[in-house]
Design a protein around this ligand. Structure first.
Ligand code: G3D
Ligand code: MG
Length: 180
């Protein structure tokens, strides 16, 4: 039943035009999440745009995937790809406490950007299967999500390996479409 709901939502989402950027530190689980989204879909992958940006097109939906770990020198050029972004998916490795500060910095840098002012933010607290990981509530508190008033946001715990939680995240994104 879950798979069916997921397939329905996914096709609903992808048959309209959206631009989604998937960001997060390297190793957070971005590729794994996208792979779960794309299973059974015919995917067109563009040649890598930059050394840390990849574009994937499914039906009318464009996904730009960025690794933001240890790429400080390249960050300034990302702005080029921000325009018309509807959704930011921020993937957090819930076991990686040390680097959550970098994620926080990047999140607020993006939210302050003019071209992303209309973007809604979905935060995936990934790797919830790992022992000792931070909960979504802990991550939410650390990232001070409740202080974000100018962007719709939602945090969802998930496990990209099993796909658990991804459906709920997509559901939230789909629910936002009618709102704007
Ligand atoms: P990235 O694209 O953000 O850099 P990847 O991250 O999707 O390549 O994932 C990095 C590693 O984390 C991979 O392990 C992947 O299998 C693992 N991973 C992703 N999601 C989860 C999860 O929910 N739980 C657990 N336990 N691991 C996860 P490898 O070993 O292939 O490098
Ligand atoms: Mg990757």
């Amino acid at each position: 039943v879950m798979g069916l709901i997921f397939a329905k939502l996914w096709s609903l989402f992808c048959n309209q035009e959206h631009k989604v950027i998937i960001v997060g530190l390297d190793n957070a689980g971005k590729t794994t999440i996208l792979y779960q989204f794309l299973m059974n879909e015919v995917v067109h992958t563009s040649p890598t745009i930059g050394s840390n940006v990849e574009e994937i097109v499914v039906k009318n939906t464009h996904f730009l995937m960025w690794d933001i770990g240890g790429q400080e020198s390249l960050r300034s050029s990302w702005n080029t790809y921000y325009s018309n972004t509807e959704f930011i998916i921020l993937v957090v490795d819930s076991i990686d406490r040390e680097r959550l500060a970098i994620t926080k910095e990047e999140l607020y840098r993006m939210l302050a950007h003019e071209d992303l002012r209309k973007a809604a933010v979905l935060i995936f607290a990934n790797k919830q299967d790992m022992k000792g990981c931070m909960t979504a509530a802990e991550i939410s508190k650390y990232l001070t999500l409740s202080s974000i008033k100018d962007h719709p946001w939602h945090i969802q715990s998930c496990c990209a390996l099993t796909g658990e939680g991804l459906c709920q995240g997509l559901e939230w994104m789909t629910s936002r479409i009618g709102v704007r």
